[in-house]
Design a protein around this ligand. Sequence first.
Ligand code: UD1
Ligand code: CA
Length: 476
Amino acid sequence: MANKDIAVIILAAGLGKRMKSDLPKVLHPVAGKPMLFYPIEVVKSLKIEKVIVVIGHKGEEVIERLGGKGQGARSKGEYKSQIQFVKQEPQLGTGHAVLCAEESLKTWKGDILILSGDVPLITRETILGLLDLHAKKKATISFISAIVENPAGYGRAVRNKGGSVVRVVEDKDASQKEKAINEINTGIYCTSAQFLFSSLKKIKKENVQGEYYLPDLIAIAAREKKKVACLTHINPAEVMGINNRIELSEANEEMRERINNEFMLAGVTLVDDETAYIHKGVKIGRDTTIYPNVFLEGHTNIGERCIIEEGCKIINSSVGDGSVIKSHSVIESSQIGKDAFIGPFARLRPESHIEDGAKIGNFVEVKKSTIGKGTKVNHLSYIGDAVIGKNVNIGAGTITCNYDGIRKQQTIIEDGAFIGSDTQLVAPVRVGKDAYIGSGSTITKDVPSGSLALSRPEQRIVEGWVEKKGLKKRER
Ligand code: UD1
Ligand code: CA
């Protein structure tokens, strides 16, 4: 059921100065997705229809990454939700950022949830908790706080003698006494549209940073004797804001733990769950085993009963049931069928299709090629721009010479062919069904089905040559 009572504003316009980066902060990846992806995911899971993302610094890049087109676009990309982008230019603080969404919400009568683009670990359950508290307490404004060990950098929740929150003071504006408060503001709020937009206009920028602070809404509500509700979160890791690369690393660690726990509970063995780097959105079937230091990235789909050994990197690829990827193999934008055997030390470059039961051995590189069912390319070969049929044997050191200096040319090898070791196939070239190629051949012309092709100088023997040359070793 769609949630029509709540609109959401997600703040993502800030520069992210402390990241010291050319990439906008909200696009820095957590488990492979831009951190802004996560609050959007939560909002989508709550079926909230009205979603406004405030962009500013490199806003076009943010829209593009989220799949929208141009200012005000409704995103149709990877995230497929109805996101409306609103521009904040210049960025005068979080209060000003929210005000930039006023125009888009001018007919909005309900409540507004405000999320931060740099708080990616937030969960659906926590947001539901905030909305529930807001309704139950009939509050004018509700927000989430957390008790943390090290509150430095965060705004602090200041409570009165009665224990109610009366304002939030930013780290940079806090007195020594206020800095000692370890209850922080997480930057997540719920309030009515009416209170929000009328009060934002009362916020001043008389503070150390010269910015319009959104958390000043708390003080305005308290001063006007309006109800402020505060949900104090018990797991600070979930509501951490990411401002620098240390926090980015911590968020990745936390997200990794979540993702990996989910896989383990779903029947995937992680030999060392702390060194399995699996991107959000990757799929893995049950009874698959993942060894340490494995990276599974992008749109990757691993089947059931697979073994992915240590040090492998698999990006945007699929691996069929029962396949084994031996140590230190790199696979990118490729498809591997069932019961295939890849590596160790194999490299599959984009557009490689390895069919069921095929074997790609050590130090083999495959690029933009199809390797048919049951075919073996076991050692030290380069296969590029080739179509190889079923049950072909490619001997050690076989090279497809696919590049003539101008164009890439194709090699076709039909079912059942046998390519002797150290063969060069100078493309374009075709080797017919069941044909044989003798070892060490340079094949420049098509080889008909069922024939033998050999292209190497006849062997010559010079008898007694060593003795004649006086090279015979003295016997000891
Ligand atoms: C903010 C809160 C602080 C809270 C902390 C929690 C303010 C003034 N302070 O501090 O109380 O403890 O979050 O993580 O709100 N943004 C804009 N436009 C701007 C400025 C910021 O869209 O002009 C966006 C940023 O992209 C970011 C979010 O708002 O996603 C928070 O901004 P940031 O500068 O990180 O605020 P903090 O200093 O962390
Ligand atoms: Ca922040």
